[in-house]
Design a protein around this ligand. Sequence first.
Ligand code: IPE
Ligand code: IPE
Ligand code: MG
Length: 250
Amino acid sequence: MTAQLISTTSTPINLDLKKLPQHVAIIMDGNGRWAKQRGLPRIEGHRKGANTLKEILRTCKNWGIKTLTAYAFSTENWGRPLTEVGFLMGLFERLLRQELQEMKEEGVRIRFIGDLSPLPSSLQQEIHYSMTETQHNQTINFNVAINYGSRGEIVKACRHIAEKVAQGELAPESINEDLISQYLYTSSSPDPDLLIRTSGEMRLSNFLLWQMAYTEIYVTDTFWPDFDVQQFHKAVATYQKRDRRFGKIV
Ligand code: IPE
Ligand code: IPE
Ligand code: MG
């Protein structure tokens, strides 16, 4: 299949449009190794990786995939050298500023999941501005996970629920799976249908543990900066061949 046939702008060839994943989650991994392979500083991998994300977001939008959730920075990533963390924070802020107009025009609704409070205040401002400015957009939901950790998210939800119970606002019997889902950062999104992880790592790295109970997982050896529309097409085609049983016999 040629690159042209499955370009970002056309509808996808050889895919069943009725069976597209409604929600795709991505662990964008391998930026550092991509740079190292080329003798470049790790930050060059992050810079190039940002372009990949733009391309994949546009592809999802054009193909009619309703939600894309991208893991950009984990709660564990604070353990990296200060220079890399600082670069990433600056990159997020610059990207938001540069891309906001286009997201507005293309109907992208951007949201952030994670604990935003420790982020630099200028980034927090940009985050809140971009969420407000795109809140009425409906073409695609774009969730960016920054300072996100799934275990921390679940702890936060438990505390919140426990407070409600302590205050007599919630009966313990009313705590069920749906209620817990409502207390997570992802309350407005359905669970992901497809998870893509680049760079060959076969782990979840504290990403959407609750939400991905029945998500189909696709791992590619490609480093995130080299991931492209053709490879995204392959991931979706593979997903469409999976037999999703949800524990039942079909
Ligand atoms: C993913 O690429 C981006 C972030 C975690 C911010 P990495 O930076 O983890 O790249 P590798 O895994 O070291 O190659
Ligand atoms: C997961 O990648 C986090 C993001 C992609 C933001 P990491 O590179 O941090 O994960 P590990 O360390 O390989 O598990
Ligand atoms: Mg990594």
